[in-house]
Design a protein around this ligand. Structure first.
Ligand SMILES: C[S@@+](CC[C@H](N)C(=O)[O-])C[C@H]1O[C@@H](n2cnc3c(N)ncnc32)[C@H](O)[C@@H]1O
Length: 278
């Protein structure tokens, strides 16, 4: 609850409703299905949405597999009960929702033909563990599609100033209004991987890369304000600052940065990857 007594939503739901976000995920889902369709047999019978969150990608996947006109089981996994609850509400019984983590799910979900793992791989410290789990869960000829906008290369050249300005304004507001400072010791040192490092992990864990490319999305100020409500993002941007303070500070400071830079949109790269189990 916030001070006003209104229950705050700290999931990814609001951000996931932006058009540019749906489009990058749609491209990944379609590309992954297309690569899998090159495998002559057997046909797809089970697909997994790993780290499904509030179900935006699960809904997309359900829509696409319906068009295959064959029975396909859709399973979705996430560790967050509140996100799963929203996903169940969005998708209904067209998918089966299971609580679990990307580090250890192959004992509960296996024999899958296709895995989608959207906007989450950067959250996990050990990519080898996750991709080995994915490899174990996949059938012969199985494919994985994953994407991330937190990797070495996600800042479009020329946009670095925006990120510095946003954080500068956020620190100033925080200090002026609360006297607080973020506690950098509280942030887990999570290094962003380069595309080549992702390729190396995939090859070490039994995959061959079919697609690895950057796709640009145009981010509005509102989309940054919505992602600021997501607890993982707010905690990463202003570590140690309580969410009911960090979220409004991030929302107001990003609006200042957009105003000062006189922009309405900012380009950001998403790394889109599709790999086949070998
Ligand atoms: C940014 S959201 C992405 C949700 C969804 N895949 C999408 O693209 O809209 C990241 C999700 O990863 C989940 N997550 C965090 N740690 C995880 C873990 N260890 N294993 C699996 N999922 C995890 C979070 O609960 C959250 O729902």
């Amino acid at each position: 609850m916030s001070a006003s007594g209104v229950r705050q939503d700290h999931t990814f739901e609001a951000f996931a409703s932006h058009d540019f976000y749906r489009v990058v995920n749609e491209h990944l889902v379609d590309a992954t299905l297309q690569i899998r369709s090159h495998v002559p047999r057997p046909p797809i019978h089970r697909v997994l949405d790993l780290a499904c969150g509030t179900g935006a990608v699960t809904a997309l996947l359900v829509d696409r597999v319906r068009k295959l006109r064959q029975p396909v089981e859709v399973i979705a996994v996430d560790p967050s009960e509140s996100a799963l609850e929203k996903a169940r509400r969005l998708v209904g019984n067209a998918a089966q929702f299971v609580k679990g983590t990307a580090q250890a799910f192959s004992n509960v979900v296996s024999g899958v033909d296709l895995i989608l793992f959207c906007n989450a791989i950067h959250l996990l410290p050990n990519k080898d563990v996750v991709l080995s789990e994915a490899r174990n869960a996949l059938n012969e000829g199985g494919v994985i599609g994953f994407n991330s906008s937190f990797y070495e290369g996600c800042y479009v050249p020329g946009t670095e100033r925006f990120y510095k300005l946003w954080m500068l304004r956020a620190m100033q507001l925080l200090k002026q209004e609360t006297g607080m400072r973020p506690d950098r010791k509280k942030v887990e040192a999570m290094r962003w991987l380069t595309p080549d490092e992702y390729r190396e992990v995939l090859e070490r864990t039994g995959f061959t890369v079919d697609i690895m490319e950057a796709e640009q999305a145009m981010m509005t100020c509102k989309s940054w304000q919505d992602i600021s409500h997501y607890s993982e993002f707010a905690n990463g941007a202003l570590p140690g600052v309580p969410l009911d303070v960090a979220i409004p500070v991030l929302e107001r400071s990003v609006a200042l940065a957009y105003q000062e830079m006189k922009i309405t949109e900012l380009p950001r790269n998403w790394l889109q990857v599709v790999a086949r189990a070998v």
